[in-house]
Design a protein around this ligand. Structure first.
Ligand code: PNW
Length: 490
């Protein structure tokens, strides 16, 4: 039995735009994702989040599902334009009431709310009037919005996450342009990332100065990072993998723990990477009470001057800025997203975080997988999801044994939901959702996770699915020069 610490936080996660629907109800303003999804050609099959899981009206039913799982905690996000329809000014009380009712329902069910202030659905007015995350005004706007949320909910909410995955917004939203707001540019990611960091710093400062002493909660950020395994033992490839991690997680975590960007980014990007003022630096350093990590997969990284091929399905930022090529081992199993399943990468990454940031308290704020699975006779058999989570939880347990201060695990996701540009066809949920009727059906993985939570860990045969156990990275052949699918960078 792999037992987790007694107070380990067993959770599941969602986000507002992906599940709520009710996109224009009760005074809510439009977000950049409403506008993006309403633009033909942006989302697979023309799907939108207009209705999604209809969680806005069904939230009590969803809290009951969480209670059935025995969840200790639930991570959800607040839709900024529900609270401030145009991103500034007075609060929309009807929007706040929805979150207040949700928090009350959670607490009544004995479930601790973990609240993300921004999971990508920026008020559209801030985009149109100011350029969204490219604007230096965003820090103040975000701090004002955060204050409204702390003030309205902080008497009951003790766990706050400022931003979800600023890396994704920066790289995919302002670089590749395939997520909202759909802007493609080489320097956009570095500029947008900079303003998101400044916004985090401003909101964390508001919490610390005005609320933390009374409310006694904690605040952090949820950064995403996949593991980068050197493609070979060659020193150049080892250095390339390290550099790729610095361009990924270091980009957003170094400022929080060290007060500035990684030196490798400054060296390669020079003036393309914005500079923090002394005030920014002071605000940012030490601005996270815990290290939120969203982790899904692993890729191989080799040195390549000027950037090399990038595996399709690996988001790496600009490979040429990093002088890397990204591939996968063709023997790795993959999920429906094309993301390799390599649990040992999770253990390696937790070790890397410990080394670089001095063993901070870490919370895995997302980990999950998409697989196709339909309802047959009222049941959904998703053995591969069980294998995936058994593997990644075992890796977490190993990381704790290595010395990591891992405090919790939020499985992505409670429900099948709107998977951004992929629409509804990529299903990450513990519960199947029939998007025509809204009907939720617990998958086999939901029962499995309930048992894991009840036992406080994994039994030795925890991987009850059929998938073969994944190998540890050290036992893998170094170097994979014929990866399954390659695409050229940009
Ligand atoms: C995260 N990538 O998104 C988000 O926080 C969730 O909203 C999302 O549903 C989940 O992971 C699954 O995708 C990501 O391309 C989107 O590297 C894209 C990437 C990573 C995370």
């Amino acid at each position: 039995m792999r037992r987790f610490p007694e107070d380990f936080v067993w959770g599941a996660a969602t986000s507002a735009y992906q599940i709520e629907g009710a996109w224009d109800a009760d005074g809510k303003g439009p977000s950049v994702w409403d506008a993006f999804a309403h633009t033909p050609g942006r989302i697979a099959n023309g799907h939108t989040g207009d209705v999604a899981c209809d969680h806005y009206t069904r939230f009590r039913e969803d809290v009951a599902l969480m209670a059935d799982l025995g969840l200790k905690a639930y991570r959800f996000s607040i839709s900024w334009p529900r609270v401030q329809p145009t991103g500034t000014g007075a609060a929309n009380e009807a929007g706040l009431r929805f979150y207040s009712d949700l928090v009350d329902a959670l607490l009544e069910a004995g479930i601790t709310p973990w609240v993300t202030l921004h999971h990508w659905d920026l008020p559209l007015a801030l985009q149109e009037e100011h350029g969204g995350w490219l604007s230096p005004r965003m820090a103040d706007a975000f701090a004002d919005y955060a204050r409204i949320c702390f003030d309205a909910l902080g008497d009951r909410v003790r766990h706050w996450i400022t931003l979800n995955e600023p890396w994704v917004t920066a790289v995919i939203g302002y670089g590749e342009g395939t997520f909202a707001p759909g802007l493609a540019s080489a320097d956009g990611p570095y500029r947008a990332g900079h303003e998101m960091l400044r916004a985090h710093g401003a909101a964390a400062e508001v919490y610390r100065r005005e609320f933390q002493a009374d409310q006694g909660g904690v605040i952090g950020m949820a950064n995403n990072c996949d593991w980068r395994e050197p493609a070979s033992g060659a020193p150049a490839d080892r250095a390339a993998a390290q550099r790729a991690l610095e361009f990924y997680l270091g980009w957003f975590a170094d400022p929080l723990y060290h007060g500035d960007y990684p030196a490798s980014m400054r060296e390669r990007l020079g003036g393309r990477l914005p500079t923090f003022s002394d005030e920014d630096r002071a605000r940012l350093r030490g601005s996270a009470d815990f290290f939120g990590l969203n982790h899904y997969t692993t890729h191989l990284v080799a040195h390549a001057d000027g950037g090399g091929p990038v595996y399709d399905g690996a988001n790496v930022g600009w490979a040429e800025d990093q002088d890397v090529a990204v591939s996968v081992d063709p023997d790795w199993p993959t999920t429906a997203m094309g993301w390799p399943v390599v649990p040992d990468g999770c253990r390696q990454l937790l070790g890397w975080i410990d080394d670089r940031y001095g063993r901070p308290p870490v919370v895995l704020t997302e980990n999950g997988c998409a697989y196709d699975a339909e309802v047959v006779d009222g049941a959904v058999e998703d053995a591969r999801r069980i294998d995936y989570h058994a593997g990644y939880l075992a890796a977490c347990h190993d990381a704790i044994a290595d010395g990591a201060d891992l405090r919790g695990y939020f499985l992505w996701s409670l429900l099948d939901n709107f998977e951004w540009a992929s629409g509804y066809d990529k299903r990450f949920g513990l519960h199947h959702v029939d998007f025509a009727t809204g009907t939720r059906t617990p998958k086999a993985s939901a029962r499995w996770y309930r048992d894991v939570i009840a036992r406080g860990g994994l039994t030795d045969d925890a991987a009850a699915g059929d998938g073969a156990a994944a190998p540890a990275l050290a036992s893998l052949p170094a170097g994979a020069d014929a990866p399954a699918r390659l695409r050229s960078p940009r």
